[in-house]
Write a protein that binds this ligand. Structure first.
Ligand SMILES: [Mn+2]
Length: 271
């Protein structure tokens, strides 16, 4: 086993996380807590949809682990990490506090960060591009009614169509077709975000919103999406040389558990 003093804690210049959806049943808070407790960072950017106020308005769900995420983030701010909160559409009431500063924590609707190697980075959640993309609302609708809702609608449609003399029409087939559309939707979203960043003379743009982690060059702009903590458990990090990287925490957590997980966490805590 590696001696304790040789194990380096994971340190980054900056970390971006978004679409955590605290207050929603699907949030993988334990994975996020593990990331927050294992890594150290100078800047922590919360790129929107951290707290899911939409979901909490429907059903109140707030387990201890969700509370621990909030406490851990505030603890980091207290110990010197600069925390910048960029609200998304699920926590958009916080946008009213644009420019507010609470010690090391500040709220901004958009933000410009400069990497260690001097690149200008535009940070935004990304929901403002929904209006430009026609099928965005449709997918929100399908996401909200869920699978049971779809089957219910399918039954009604079937009856209606039979009444009008039409044959069976498969909703499943329709959805499969739409998966191709969804992929196009992601591509169009990425292109719109990159276009805006280019228009504003940025080198990099970082957003969230569509739960689709990515780092890709689009027309001269580095498009980065930090993913989410409902499906992917991903974060974007800036290393001390200024390079950007996506980390998949569900993979990393397994690796750490198998090897140096506990000591690394201890060193990170005392360092
Ligand atoms: Mn969103």
């Amino acid at each position: 086993m590696t001696p304790l003093h040789q194990i380096q804690p994971l340190k980054y210049r900056a970390i971006w996380i978004s679409d955590v959806h605290l207050g929603y049943r699907g949030c993988k808070a334990d994975y996020l807590l593990d990331l927050l407790r294992t890594v150290e960072t100078d800047y922590l950017f919360l790129v929107g949809d951290i707290i899911d106020l939409w979901s909490m308005r429907k059903t109140m769900y707030w387990p201890q682990s969700h509370n621990n995420v909030v406490r851990t983030i505030l603890g980091k701010a207290k110990h010197g990490t600069k925390v910048i909160y960029i609200p998304g559409n699920h926590d958009e009431s916080l946008r009213e506090f644009d420019g507010a500063v609470f010690g090391n924590l500040s709220i901004h609707t958009e933000y410009v960060h400069t990497t260690r190697d001097g690149r200008r980075v535009l940070l935004l959640h990304g929901d403002k591009f929904d209006a430009l993309l026609s099928c965005g609302r449709g997918w929100d609708f399908i996401g909200n009614i869920g699978y049971d809702g779809l089957l219910f609608i399918n039954r009604i449609l079937y009856k209606l169509r039979r009444y009008c003399g039409y044959g069976y029409w498969s909703l499943a087939g329709y959805i499969k077709n739409n998966i191709r559309n969804a992929r196009n939707h992601v591509r169009r979203f990425e292109a719109s975000v990159a276009r805006e960043a280019k228009h504003r003379h940025m080198d990099v743009v970082i957003c969230g919103h569509i739960h689709h982690p990515e780092i890709r060059n689009i027309d001269g702009v580095l498009y980065c999406n930090d993913g989410d903590w409902v499906e992917n458990c991903t974060a974007l990090v800036e290393k001390y040389d200024g390079s950007l990287e996506l980390i998949h925490w569900s993979d990393r957590q397994l690796a750490l558990k198998a090897d140096l997980y506990a000591p690394t966490a201890d060193v990170a805590r005392v360092a």
